[in-house]
Design a binder for this molecule. Structure first.
Ligand code: ADP
Ligand code: ADP
Length: 228
């Protein structure tokens, strides 16, 4: 069974813009997928469909065989974690710890379990020593890592990241690249959007090119060999 099946998905914004046109794509369990395309191609719109943040105008999305609908968004979001492009869209709590604990608390985990999960998630992103800090004191790259920890604390099988490398300096980008490799070793299926062709070519095992809401090509990272 695939982790994700996108079946003939079309999405139209209320403004009338057709941001996705008849997209069909399957993502196997454990894949590392890079989604590339110019600004406005529909990358964010597509990623927002994968955890039910958007529901297709036409067509369907299935996660491990279960169709994403408004009714089952709650259970879908435990399987599919979405990291927004801007961490400020995702971080709301007064401390790093409370932010990462927000999701598990909503699931009514015991305090012991919560302690274990949040410690592990913050450790995974190298932010455990910042647990008592207020998020607004952190750098952009650190906030990004806290946002990822908040997603990991939900223990999703699938992790979606919208432009995880954007606005980071080279060392921040290296940290995220290392973290993504770690997620892969943990067995997660990972799908991210990026403008960084070199990173996509070195990291991804599946490359998807999107333009004007249409799927141009799907292939392995050799697809990018000519563009480097
Ligand atoms: P990308 O992530 O590849 O830059 P987006 O998914 O953000 O592309 O946008 C795809 C298209 O949908 C663009 O034409 C964009 O202007 C349009 N769009 C995005 N968000 C909205 C919105 N909230 N309302 C109307 N149109 C939107
Ligand atoms: P991204 O790079 O994630 O696609 P954008 O800079 O394209 O982000 O969009 C930023 C915000 O503006 C998003 O919330 C998006 O939905 C919204 N947006 C983008 N294009 C339009 C549009 N044509 N009309 C209304 N909202 C838009």
């Amino acid at each position: 069974m695939n982790a994700i099946d996108i079946n003939q998905v079309t999405y139209r914004y209320d403004s009338g813009v057709e941001a996705l046109s008849d997209i069909t794509l399957s993502i196997p369990f454990g894949a590392k997928v890079a989604l590339l395309g110019p600004n406005g191609a529909g990358k964010s719109t597509l990623l927002h469909h994968l955890n039910g943040l958007k529901i297709p105008s036409k067509g369907s999305i299935t996660i491990f065989g279960t169709k994403v609908t408004k009714k089952n968004i709650h259970s879908i979001r435990q399987q599919v974690g979405l990291v927004f492009q801007d961490p400020d869209d995702q971080i709301f709590s007064g401390t790093v710890w409370d932010d990462v604990a927000f999701g598990p608390r909503n699931l009514h985990m015991s305090e012991n379990e919560l302690e274990e999960i949040c410690t592990a998630a913050l450790g995974n992103v190298g932010m455990l020593e910042y647990k008592d800090k207020a998020p607004y004191h952190l750098s952009y790259g650190q906030k990004k890592r806290v946002a990822i920890a908040g997603i990991l604390a939900m223990r999703p099988d699938i992790v979606i990241l919208d432009e995880p490398m954007a606005f980071l300096d080279p060392s921040g980008q290296d940290e995220i690249a290392g973290l993504l490799q770690g997620l892969h070793y943990m067995g997660k299926t990972i799908l991210l959007s990026t403008h960084d062709v070199n990173f996509a070519a070195s990291w991804a095992d599946m490359v998807v090119l999107l333009k004007e809401g249409k799927l141009l090509t799907v292939g392995d990272n050799q697809l990018l060999a000519d563009e480097k």
